[in-house]
Design a protein around this ligand. Structure first.
Ligand code: ADP
Ligand code: MG
Length: 358
């Protein structure tokens, strides 16, 4: 089961307004999803329901296994306090409380207010020296960073951000977005409403709403290429480990989390998935996978032999460069290293056109 599962979600306001019409999608833990669409398309309504501030008229919404529509008012309050961190466009800070007190207030609803934790959270968003300032003494960007600190204080499973940079200038926008990037790296699940395509591209996937209907779910090209290469690598590793060319998708941990991307890879004719969910490479997919593996293992060799990088750090470092090596540089690297046949861990390096016939 995905972390967020929305099925046929409908929300009516009175008889005439349908803010959401039979919307379905799912979000995996750790994903960053951008919710886009014109004004009035239902974005905020969706966020409010995901965060337990509003309830569905019809359909089901599950977050971390909890069915939002079935929770009592008390359980909803607990759900919000324990599981959700909200960041809104309007900062919603209490004007007569300091930054520190505003953060502690969020904590107070969760458990005992702990001043040191609150001030540490403010430190994390770069406001360690502003904790005793009132909102009116802070810039817009600083106020929004207080909101991010407040959203994080209870270690929420899910961060919901509704146009978090809508009221910020460019500099502050960049500051706040870099915070979200860090949160994403740290493994938080983020659902963020934005109408800025630049910000939308920072997410892994985009959901678009039009008149309350879901019109598009997509993966972004730049991210997609890297993701596809990583998934091709995963399939390659599995084939290497099992010595088989066809294996069940259930044996691949990455499969469940990247179903949509795997379907895209089928469309792109990189892999084949049969009706029993057995995955195999197409010739083209195998070639591309072999190339990534080759770049990865040649990089490992280079780091190991030339820079004496310890063995346990090779993989992580090679992962960073393998996506960016051109064919030409890869060939030069292979020649320079005298066409090595294995990586430092002993796994075979797929030969390139430059390699002597083995
Ligand atoms: P967005 O955030 O995409 O701009 P909203 O989710 O705020 O859109 O609103 C979607 C539609 O639902 C709009 O037509 C809006 O007027 C209506 N709506 C939202 N909240 C309410 C409400 N509490 N009562 C009545 N209508 C509402
Ligand atoms: Mg809105």
């Amino acid at each position: 089961m995905a972390f967020i599962e929305v099925e046929n979600l409908t929300r009516h306001f009175g008889a005439s307004v349908a803010a959401l019409k039979s919307v379905s999608f799912s979000v995996e833990k750790g994903d960053w999803i951008a919710v886009m669409g014109p004004s009035g398309s239902g974005k905020s309504t969706l966020m409010n329901i995901l965060g337990g501030l509003d309830s569905p008229s019809d359909g089901s919404v599950r977050v971390g296994g909890e069915e939002i529509g079935r929770l009592s008012a008390t359980d909803l309050a607990r759900f919000r306090a324990e599981k959700i961190g909200f960041v809104f466009q309007q900062f919603h800070l209490v004007p007569y409380l300091t930054a520190l007190e505003n953060v502690m207030l969020a904590q107070y609803f969760h458990s005992l207010a702990e001043e040191s934790e609150a001030s540490e959270a403010l430190g994390r968003v770069g406001l360690g020296d502003r904790i005793h300032h009132l909102p009116s003494q802070l810039s817009g960007g600083e106020q929004q960073r207080v909101c991010v600190a407040r959203a994080l204080i209870n270690q929420p499973n899910l961060i919901l951000a509704d146009e978090p940079t809508g009221n910020l200038d460019e500099v502050n926008e960049a500051l706040v977005m870099s915070l979200f990037t860090e949160l994403h790296r740290a493994g938080h699940t983020i659902v963020m409403v934005t109408h800025d395509p630049e910000i939308g591209r920072m997410a892994e996937r985009r959901i678009e709403l039009h008149h309350g209907k879901l019109s598009e779910v997509s993966v972004f090209p730049a991210y997609e290429e890297e993701l596809i290469e990583n998934l091709l690598k995963a399939v390659w590793h599995q084939q290497e480990d099992t010595g088989t060319e066809v294996s069940p998708s259930s044996a691949l941990p990455e499969f469940a989390q990247n179903r949509a991307t795997f379907l895209l890879m089928v469309q792109e004719e990189l892999v084949h998935i049969d009706q029993d969910d057995m995955i195999s490479f197409t010739p083209q997919g195998r070639r591309r996978a072999g190339n990534v593996i080759r770049r990865h293992r040649l990089s490992e060799r280079l780091f190991y032999e030339m820079f004496a990088i310890p063995e346990d750090l090779l993989d992580a470092n090679a992962c960073k460069v393998e996506h960016s090596l051109s064919a030409e540089v890869t060939e030069k690297l292979c020649i320079f290293l005298k066409h090595p046949q294995t990586c430092p861990h002993g796994s075979p390096i797929p030969p390139g056109v430059c390699c002597p016939k083995r």
